[in-house]
Write a protein that binds this ligand. Structure first.
Ligand SMILES: [Fe+2]
Ligand SMILES: [Fe+2]
Length: 191
């Protein structure tokens, strides 16, 4: 069920050209800005690729929107951080998958842990926070920190939050796809 690289590229280039929810940049721009932020911060390929693919679940959901059952609102939480997992598992290592799986929880965590973080969120992100379960309690925050990749998820989240700038220049997708392929090869070698 894992996606191949051509499908990932097609999803990013075709579905990704669509608007990023109601944010001002497209999904493709958002993915590229997020990966670029990570790269500029000196992150390794693993987190750069996680940043590139963190919202791929939105694109898969968009492609399937025509099949959405009647009665499911278009802006209901699509649980994209979880629905993408079967499509990436087997393709990429756990170190890529886990920060992606945890990136929504990281937002809920940061709202609890960091004064001023909530106020820094975009209006769209505040709206989705409510749909995603809201700010973590102290107990939920402590539980989040027990995840092996909690720190990476928090870093991904910060790049994510700063990846919604209209017109910001980034490398093209062609710059990042070889990183995905390299990690795929590594994942295969480790099976
Ligand atoms: Fe997301
Ligand atoms: Fe995002």
């Amino acid at each position: 069920m894992a996606l191949d690289l051509d499908t990932i590229e097609r999803l990013l280039r075709e579905q990704g050209a669509r608007q990023y929810g109601r944010e001002a940049v497209s999904q493709l721009d958002h993915a590229l800005q997020c990966a670029h932020r990570a790269e500029q911060a000196g992150e390794g390929d693993v987190l750069v690729v996680a940043c590139l693919l963190h919202d791929l679940g939105h694109l898969i959901a968009a492609e399937r929107a025509a099949e959405r059952p009647a009665g499911v609102a278009a802006d209901a939480d699509d649980l994209h951080q979880y629905t993408v997992m079967p499509f990436l598992r087997g393709l990429l290592p756990e170190a890529v998958l886990e920060p992606i799986r945890l990136h929504v929880e990281a937002k809920r965590y940061l709202c609890h842990a960091e004064p001023g973080y909530f106020a820094s969120l975009s209006p769209v992100s505040v709206h989705s926070l409510a749909q995603q379960g809201g700010v973590f309690s102290a107990a939920e925050a402590a539980g989040f920190l027990k995840h092996a990749y909690a720190a990476e998820a928090v870093r991904l989240r910060r790049y994510d939050d700063h990846a919604k700038v209209p017109g910001r220049a980034t490398p093209d997708l062609a710059h990042y796809l070889p990183l995905v392929e390299r990690l795929r090869q590594q994942a295969l070698a480790n099976v």
